[in-house]
Design a protein around this ligand. Sequence first.
Ligand code: ADP
Ligand code: MG
Length: 573
Amino acid sequence: MAVFIPKLQEILRRIDGRGYKAYQDIKGVYETGEFLLSIDHVQGDPFASPSRLSVKVPLEESGFPPELYSSKVRRIALQDYLARAFDMGIAAIASGRRGTGRSGLIAIDAGGQEVLERNAVLIEGKWLEARFVVGLPAAGRTVLGHQAEEMLCGELPEIVRRALYYRSHDGKKVQMHVESIEDQEFLRAKLKGKGLVAFIGNGSILPRRSGVDERPLRPGADQVVVPFHSPPDLEVEFHLPNKGLVRGMGIPQGITLIVGGGFHGKSTLLRAIERGVYNHIPGDGRELVVTLPEAVKIRAEDGRFVEKVNISPFIGDLPYSKGTKAFSTENASGSTSQAANIMEALEVGARLLLIDEDTSATNFMIRDERMQELVSKDKEPITPFMDKARQLFHDHGVSTILVMGGSGDYFEIADTVILMEEYHPRHVTRQVREILKALPGRRRPEGGEVFGEIPSRRPLPESFDPSRGSRDVKIDAKGLKAILFGTTAIDLSAVEQLVDLSQTRAIGEAIFYYASNYARRGLSLKEGLDLLMADLDRGGLDILVPYKAGNLARPRVFELAAAINRMRSLKVQ
Ligand code: ADP
Ligand code: MG
């Protein structure tokens, strides 16, 4: 079922057997009768990054009912569905390796468990566009023109037919995908109105297959999977536009403690809440786990760089009178890094902090009455989080959800306490109040009356130089948790809500965009990033790069700020 693309076929036949550079001749746009094929960038050799191609189908001819993309969230959901369909089409049709290096590769950036705004498939104006990469085939450095013809004129049109036309799909499945995403977005937007910061729907599957596999844990012979079910008096209900009535556990604003014995599912619950800032594909198990969009996971991160952050709410003057109102270090400790992570998140608008004892610095979290007795307050620079969480909520309206199996001192400040027992949540706030009466602590609060100031820093433009050697701009994502920005390596390994490599890539590009457009105007970091996010709302991810790319996914402002804050070249006024 090859398509006749006379001009492309003619070139491929002509350059067959020639040096790889001859492939440059195929750059351009071809009309197939069904779609437009655009060869946007041709790789320099078979081992280089593969060539970038795109196809455009007239939206009307693709046949998708307009209600499937009638709003922004629906459009993003449908685009996501189509990128995944394209990916499955590749798996079914493309024959794979066809020579040296990346020869034979066809790939699209389809995403994982989350449904993110991306630019792999775009519905824009009158067009449905898919962007993908192709490893143009070669034997050594010799063009395999006939193989390229099979790929581009045979396999590719077949993939396009399978993925980009409504008639090839099960209409019910497409609709379910779009409606599920719409429901999740709706639910997230409703949290605030009900005084909630998170919702975990009954029946949700929270555990994942492994630390490196985000798919849901599967029940098996020796594997029990316990679906989530809300305790009766934390249960709330929502009417979703598509799914209708759903019930589940609502976590109210304020300070929520998740307690329980080891291995009883505390961290698993918190991780699901962390990911609840994103929408999930149907079948993920977390389609009804939603969290305030401004939720930020906070952890200790010793060794990180910090530039002039006010950590004084948590850390007073350090030995040898190093002030902490504009604290800088090349090598933060566990507690100073955790304090900096909180203050930086607050600076760009965090409304909910998510903290797990597993990844916290002990001295940042607790200081009990015996230790208060031995080490007086004026000899301990650290004010533990327990003495600041209430002020943070009272003064700034910022809630906290905290996993803490190790210290009952937190009972004093908790509004809500959830006990995990064999993966079942129990609501134990009342019981905790009784324990507090029976066993009153003699711990003295040390946090003062107010939380303290959350300053806005102004990054200096010279912080951001992406040049390297002879290259003007060299920005590279080195895996999910690292970016090379010019000569500056950015370590994101502790940024836990960064979930997709394409977000990482977008962050690298977004830093450059921020530096070019907003860092020079004396704006604060928050002002600059808010403007950048508004630009993304208007122009989409394509504004971030000067060429046509299909491998970007939208990051949140928090992960973007986290990357900037971890640039060792960062200087603020
Ligand atoms: P904790 O933080 O309380 O020590 P974790 O959340 O780390 O416990 O969970 C311990 C183990 O139990 C993990 O391997 C996790 O995958 C598994 N687990 C958690 N929740 C469930 C569940 N609902 N059903 C089955 N296994 C679960
Ligand atoms: Mg744990």
